[in-house]
Write a protein that binds this ligand. Structure first.
Ligand code: ATP
Ligand code: MG
Length: 566
């Protein structure tokens, strides 16, 4: 797979929109555009699904068409109501609306059954007694044709009788299947008498125990598209080889025939977009759940602080490809940063506090500085920030023995406090182990405006909070979930879990933020000046005790990379 960087907004139309334009010109579907997003409710949606949602709902909107939400719920053992609910929540949160077009493939079980009977009557399907294992053995390989099943030439009557009895529950799981009668010598393995139904005595989350035969994906999918009058059935590349089968079923049935179009899945570096693998991380307790802020799930990203706008922007800019590729995680971060820059109010918070005492500032004096809430948005207004004799600054902003190019606070050195005075470090207090525990500073009362009347310059401005007023909070910092750009790389017998990043989560239990954040509400997003964008955690915060997740730092690795490339 080729690693590439997403392009800025596509200048020309992608190939899917070109196909639709052509269909509209030729009147192929009477000028209709009707798409669908068909998730299987066997896990939470991830960023790859977001891509598909934006594409399907986006195309419907652009062409003044419709897009359905359809649960592809044909596999009762892996699916649940919880999953259908979170999927609906996520699609809505992304900003899309299926209106009254919520469907379930399970609603079509009766129709599919009747259509299967029609195929049997046409001698286009038969009941087969081979086991799954035997079917595999008969299938042949890419270079060798398959072998016909000994049950392939059963009479229509016998097939109808057996299929009815399969449906009525006479046979145990795995003893019989219904198969399409196509061509065991076809170069396309999907056409070698694919299984349409299997027997599974399992409770379905919607149809209960009404059915003990369940349709396979290929049989259910195209027919569901047809029932709903879908025009363009957009799916990912792995279904390209299934298209002949998709078409075959619809031709045999002589029903409405949508156009299947395949595009490349979205892959993102340093993470994984496979529900099966994400489920393993959840089940093994490697993450706290599907909505762990490190997860590439929509619910995880929401909790992390991503906006729906930023995810939509990302999906649009990534575009639609015909060839598999990997998008850099840094590009996703670039998008969320760009969006949050416009909407997130600025505040000050200190992640790793060190105490500063301003020796020449009166003990009980408190001043207030006016601070701009968002330089990108005048309507966001200003707020007041208290200043007093004792402050906290970031431990990293002080160096006792400053290396070259470190311009922030050091013994004898002066810096500017954001929104306020110049302070100068006069002495350093250590504890018994030699660790710096406090800085003794002085301030220059003439520099309240942020500048010195005598024109002297400082080389750095640092953020701070008033110790007396600051609110103690917990902050969670994140890195990518995997250290490897491609955690799917299974060379050397490794699997994706071998590439987990041990530093993907860092909990800082004792941070201090300015008092305006005391009542920050779950889900609210802020820029902590110089540190990044943060979002109040929706699960672990309590009134007066917000917990902050860092959504993204301010450092734009993607932009730097682009510059370097130029
Ligand atoms: P997973 O491999 O994670 O289980 P899936 O394709 O099996 O994904 P579905 O619930 O069947 O999951 O997917 C619903 C729709 O989303 C399908 O049309 C599928 O093609 C699309 N989709 C899934 N993953 C991606 C992806 N990474 N990029 C683009 N579209 C995707
Ligand atoms: Mg699937």
């Amino acid at each position: 797979m080729e690693v590439m960087t997403a392009n800025e907004p596509a200048a020309s139309k992608d190939f899917i929109r070109e196909i639709i334009d052509e269909d509209l010109k030729t009147g192929k579907f009477d000028g209709r555009v009707h798409t669908r997003f068909p998730p299987e409710p066997n896990g939470y949606l991830h960023i790859g699904h977001a891509k598909s949602i934006c594409l399907n709902f986006g195309i419907a909107k652009e062409y003044k068409g419709l897009c359905n939400l359809r649960f592809d719920d044909t596999n009762p053992t892996k699916e649940s109501v919880e999953y259908t609910q979170t999927i609906m929540e996520d699609v809505k949160w992304l900003g899309f609306d299926w209106e009254d077009r919520l469907f379930y493939a399970s609603d079509y079980f009766r129709q599919l059954y009747e259509w299967a009977v029609r195929l049997i009557e046409k001698s286009a399907a038969y009941v087969c007694d081979l086991t799954a294992e035997e079917i595999r053995e008969h299938r042949g390989t890419l270079t060798e044709p398959g072998k016909e099943s000994p049950y392939r030439n059963r009479s229509v009557e016998e097939n109808l009788d057996l299929f009815t009895r399969m449906k009525d529950g006479e046979f145990p799981d795995g003893t019989k299947t219904l198969r399409a009668k196509i061509d065991m010598a076809s170069p396309n393995l999907n056409m070698r008498d694919p299984v349409m139904y299997r027997i599974l005595h399992a409770e379905h989350h919607r149809t209960g125990d009404n059915w003990c035969i369940y349709p396979m994906y290929d049989w259910a999918h195209g027919q569901s598209d047809s029932v709903e009058g879908i025009t363009h059935s957009i799916c990912t590349l792995e279904f390209e080889d299934h298209r002949p089968l998709y078409d075959w079923f619809l031709e045999q049935l002589e029903v409405h025939h949508p156009q299947q179009i395949e595009f490349a899945r979205l892959n993102l570096s340093h993470t994984i977009v496979s529900k099966r693998k994400l489920l393993k991380l959840v089940e093994d307790g490697i993450v706290s759940g599907w909505d762990d802020p490190r997860m590439p799930t929509i619910s995880g990203m929401r909790r992390r602080g991503y906006t729906p706008q930023s995810i939509r922007m990302f999906c649009d800019r990534v575009g639609v490809a015909k060839k598999d590729n990997v998008i850099e995680f840094a590009f996703l971060e670039h998008c969320v940063r760009e969006d949050l820059n416009k909407r997130a109010p600025r505040v000050m918070g200190v992640l790793r506090p060190i105490r500063v005492v301003i020796e020449n500032y009166p003990e009980d004096k408190v001043e207030e500085f006016e601070a701009v809430n968002n330089p990108e948005d005048e309507s966001a207004g200003t707020r007041m920030i208290p200043f007093s004799r004792e402050l906290y600054i970031e431990r990293d902003d002080f160096h006792e023995d400053p290396p070259k190019k470190f311009y922030r606070l050091a013994p004898g050195r002066e810096v500017r406090l954001r929104c306020g005075y110049f302070i100068k470090c006069e002495s350093v207090v250590h504890d018994d182990s030699g660790e710096v525990v406090e800085l003794r500073c002085t301030y220059d009362p003439e520099t309240r405006s942020g500048n010195a009347p005598d024109g002297r310059k400082v080389k750095a401005t640092i953020h701070w909070v008033s110790a007396l007023h600051a609110v103690p909070v917990e902050v969670r910092l994140y890195e990518t979930l995997f250290t490897e750009a491609n955690p799917q790389n299974e060379s050397g017998g490794k699997t994706f879990v071998d590439y987990l990043n041990p530093n993907s989560l860092e909990v800082l239990p004792d941070c201090r933020v300015e008092p305006s954040l005391t009542d920050a509400q779950p889900g609210e997003r802020y820029q902590f000046e110089r540190l990044g964008y943060f979002c109040v955690d929706t699960k672990d915060s309590s009134p007066g005790k917000p917990v902050f997740n860092r959504t993204v730092t301010l450092r734009d690795d993607w932009a730097r990379l682009q510059k370097k490339k130029q």
